[in-house]
Design a protein. Sequence first.
Lengths: 436, 565
Amino acid sequence: MAEISTQESSSENSRARWTYLDKILNRPGPFTDPDAFIPGTKESVERAKILVIGAGGLGCEILKNLALSGFKDIHVIDMDTIDVSNLNRQFLFRASDVGSYKATVAARFVESRVKGVKITPYCGKIQDKDEEYYMQFAMIVCGLDSIEARRWINATLVGMVDGSNPDSLKPLIDGGTEGFKGQARVILPTMTSCIECQLDMHAPRAAVPLCTLATIPRQPQHCIEWAHIIAWEEHRKDMTLDTDDPEHITWLYTQALARAAEFNIPGVTYSMTQGVVKNIIPAIASTNAIVAAACCNEAFKLSSNTNPFLGFPGTENYMMYTGDESVYTYTFEHQKKDDCPVCGSDTIARPITVSPSSTLQDFVDGLAERPEAQLKKPSIRTGSKSLYVQSMESLELQTRHNLERKMSDLVDEGEEIVITDRAFPTQFKYKVVFGK
Amino acid sequence: MADLPPPVQGPTAKERKYDRQLRLWGANGQIALENSHILLVNSGPGVVGVETLKNLVLPGIGNFTIQDSAVVSEADLGVNFFLEEEHLGGYRAEHTCNLLKELNPDVNGNFITEPIDTWLSNPDVLSPYTLILVIAPIKPELLAKISTHANTALIPFFYVHSVGFYSHFSVHLPPAFPIVDTHPSPETTTDLRLLKPWPELLEYVALKTRDLESMSADDHGHVPFVALLLHYLEEWKKEHNGEVPQNYKEKTAFRDIVSKAARTNNAEGGEENFDEAVAAVLKSLNPPEPSSTVKDIFKAPESLLIRQNSPSFWVIANAIGLFYTKYGVLPVPGAVPDMKARSADYIELQNVYKSKARKDLAEVLDSVRFLERNAGRSEPIEEKDVEAFCKNAAHIKLVRGRPLLTIPAEGELKWGDRAKAIAQTLTFPDSLVPLYIAFLAWDKFVTTHDKDASLVAPKVPGEADSDVEADTEKVTGMAVHIANQLVKEANTSLDEDDLSTLNKQLSDFSHELVRAGGAELHNISAVTGGTVSQEIIKVITEQYVPVDNTCIFDGVKSKTAVFRV
């Protein structure tokens, strides 16, 4: 930014505003590291350029918290626009903002409320930005609801680390919530356990087998998934399903209701239809407040050294919060995995159990659901040949015939396979282990 | 499809706005929130209370009132998100109230700027509120006054500290705070009664497992696992004098029998329904014995003696207690997990459980009606309430609320019947009880350092840089004294090592509190505002399980601890 900030009005610049924060910044405490903490230093927080990914439930809280922690140069990325169902928790948005970009509205709101903070919004995808962009930040705070986006930024930040340039290591602070539960974690890429190391802690819900949906539904959800996956394809093939379009949801609901009636299955409702089709995760303001503030507390400590932070190598780096039965937190050190496909050693391939009698198609489908893999569009090759490639149409056509072949015909026990997926800027190395 | 009537109405505007939370606490929880009126008695930098309210205004509590006589200062603008520059010099209560109201047009907000001392001296001033939230620092006499009101009015009352990197809250609930809708995790709720099957269930099993060995592959692979387990249990009983597998060894032997009965000469090399049966053996073959917490509720004095004005919870608890005495089990909840099965077979099984649940419910309902007649109650309890209780009977909870432990205006702190238990945890590694004691010492400092005699603006430790050292010493001294008194009251003693570790912890925690000089850090107040608002939602909706009764947050280590004092 070429713009030079002019002297603002005396009241905006008044240090009196930061009376409370300065007590902490000016005074050492019993746990401060005397080598790292210099009393009276404001610049380490004020000058730190910090990136917030997500301007939703967590993002709104994060922006407010950082601004009131003394950060002055904040950037925020979000591709979404505001929906009415956001208003029960995304407190920077009003009914009149519905339809506008979250990043812009959130940035303007916090800038106008907290004088002297500059918030630069970007309305788009994190994948639009390159390493040079991410390199400008001191650290990154994530408030995302997608595992895929977290894995992308994690792999990108791990890839950026250059041993000869300490500035290339960008701490990643990540929060997530579901209902009354949530977690906050701090990652020092390549030094401590990364998102990919921790992937199996966030296992995806098991998908219902297609044959259950098609022939023997038992639950109302099965009828809804049937309408979603099978009936839509049959009757409305030419229309793209828009899960935000009430007419589309109503259509699915009617279909699901009729199918449920046919099998005497009770319990299909409009709300359940919406929940299943959009994969809705319950979200409330209070849980977002807890997780976002726990993340920002770490960001503040990391920048200011006013107290030890989570994530220092060899110490605790993960806080789990559970609020539905009393209050319980578990704060621990998640260990880095040597065979992590993103931050682990290049020479170690992670073992993956493969059924020799199953087909490559089964294996490909299974990769989406395995907690430790969760790859939806994988391309697979061995040291000598490509088994299946999805990234290019021509190659897909050439390799498609392999899908029906048995795994035992394609790979040997102990052989290394490399899996890539367009969603991630990295490759995943595995060693085949034959199971039952 | 064309001749179907138009579908039911889509969601209302309110349902759409609150969709993500209605999936947690439902329409009943939402109504409870909308009927509430929360009073915030604000103090200090005043952030944690406002952050708490923010998380309650957003989901749509009915009403809130902020009592706060402070005037907006420059320092407020650097820590409180719900104040703006143009509010400098105005009342903090008024402006935070107005900016909070902007968050949700459905919520009513009020403010009171009269100083707490005089305001509280008016009669009945607390009566409109259904829940009170008090932020430290506050004079002990005033805290006692509010506590007495909460005690007689039977309303929940929260007391909160947010100081630097640390926070604390305690909640005073009514002496009997029962919860039916505890939302237990789904893994813990399956109750199939495999060891106490009833005739209709056994009939179903006989029908579905007839000629099991000679079934076609497709039929064999679709027998519901419940039927499989009960079938093999009957076989087992024949060879074991009518006894079911008793111990781990027998259960694993039984599991092997089931496992070996699966057909493996197929493409998959096994059968999913048998896999499910094998996986369920260890957790399903337990006698359906209610937990001691549940049995204690049946034995509670409120349950044993039903009066005309007993809350409905106790009437139903008594009725279910009778059911338990008669049958040795709780009513069947009636839910059946999903399992590999053909649609019709599964629905039939579901109906077997549902009809048993209905039958049990009818019996409990009869007892409820009998109790109602006996006690001369005019308003009958709704059947849906009895049904909800029967469904979740194994997971009901009772919290015995008690008055807060607070620094008295004069004399020593008394821990009473909690002294022993708390003294025991005092020296556990990572115990946050010492931090709680440091908070008590912080309160003690405030009550003994009366800045302008009126205590409208109490002096907190560490206000000026030059005070830090002396105040740390004072607060530490008070904390050590409180800890010593506790150990004495518990009639125990600490060895020298424990004592010196404890004293070091008390000194460190006191130092970190004094370092803040009464400052709130926005992040710590936001975490605490989140936690307290979760608790308030749980208490108001009477769903989930609230904290009993004290919670500490350590923002240095990002940890919490909960204990009962």
